[in-house]
Design a protein around this ligand. Structure first.
Ligand SMILES: [Zn+2]
Length: 118
């Protein structure tokens, strides 16, 4: 059975979470990020991408409203941009902390040399 319609999404939530083609496999929960189905969850067969042996999937969420199809990708783009900025800031923070430690070590060594040879 191949499911591509979301009209029966509520029915699919209760459906079996196992695909029996080619052999019994537990379905995998995935999130769609396509233009028409942003953030819409679905179960797919673990063999779905393995040589396209099985194309079975079933929607979990109901259809995304037109406004959601615009807003969700925009919000996701903002979140991804902020995560990238956060990652950059954390790297910079780590670099500054290492620089500070190095500067303190250099000051300590200089102070020791001054005290020893004074
Ligand atoms: Zn399958």
């Amino acid at each position: 059975m191949e499911s591509s319609s979301s009209s029966s999404a509520s029915l699919n939530r209760r459906a079996s979470r196992t695909c029996y083609r080619p052999s019994p496999s537990k379905l995998v929960l995935v999130v769609s990020w396509t233009e028409n189905n942003p953030r819409k969850r679905f179960y797919r067969c673990p063999n779905y991408w393995v040589g396209r042996k099985c194309k079975y999937f079933q929607w979990v969420d109901d259809e995304i409203c037109p406004r959601g199809k615009v807003l969700i990708p925009e919000q996701r783009h903002i979140i991804l941009r902020l995560q990238a900025e956060d990652s950059t800031c954390k790297k910079r923070e780590k670099c500054l902390a290492m620089s500070l430690i190095l500067a303190l070590l250099m000051c300590g060594i200089c102070l020791c040399i001054i005290l020893v040879f004074w």
